[in-house]
Design a protein around this ligand. Sequence first.
Ligand SMILES: [Zn+2]
Length: 265
Amino acid sequence: MIIFWGTKSKKKKLGYVADYCVYCRGVQPYELSKVSAVGHIQGLSLGSGKTVGFLKRCESCSMVNAADATGYSHVFKKLPDDLHVLVVSSFPEIWDVYAERLELEDRLYNDDPISKEERAFLLREPLDAIAEEIEIRFKGEAQGDKPTGLGCVITLGVVGFLFFLGIVNEGSSIGSFLMQAAGVLGVVGFFSVFVLLLTSKQRFLKNTVYPLLGRTYSQINPSLEELEQHLQPFRNAGLALGKKIDTRKLLDAIHQARVELSQPG
Ligand SMILES: [Zn+2]
């Protein structure tokens, strides 16, 4: 028997806090988690491990980023219905800390004048925030997503079930047919999962990045030229964000978000 051991990262949910979200462009509830490096044998954790950092996930847009857990005065075990209650206890200084940023947001919302520099900042802010996430996704190994996981489960389930029926009917023509069917479906399933894994990066752009940035930029409503101009520094630096984002697709996502925004309800 081969024994696997080593360290793995383990995420533990701590509770809920309030913080500013770059993508939602406002104060939002966040789920706070602690990440630890724990030793394991055969995937089974050994103890609670050493804390290596904290992560926060926006409850509105689901984006995850690093958190400074020491900055919160209280962490709620259960998410309160009222955002004000969450803010007052977990991050009471938030309105002062982000006063300038939120005042700019108010002006944008009310169609009040904003300077050229402020507009450039609003266009750059979400790109700076998402650059690392896209870099990790595209430069690292292919990461399985929900469709990949589902493909795996369906393949294993169907093949396992047919294999089981084949064993039950062993010796008969039905049994041999079921075993052959399990083999064929196993090969088809394996290649399907492989293709799903290879296309997971493009799905991340299509299903997460474009809709997210589309909503973030919907109020700012940039032109194609402005998007090109702000993505150019990322291209010059050789970063995946600059190379992988298709500005026309991003512009389509912004227009789509603006249509949704203008619809009542
Ligand atoms: Zn958000």
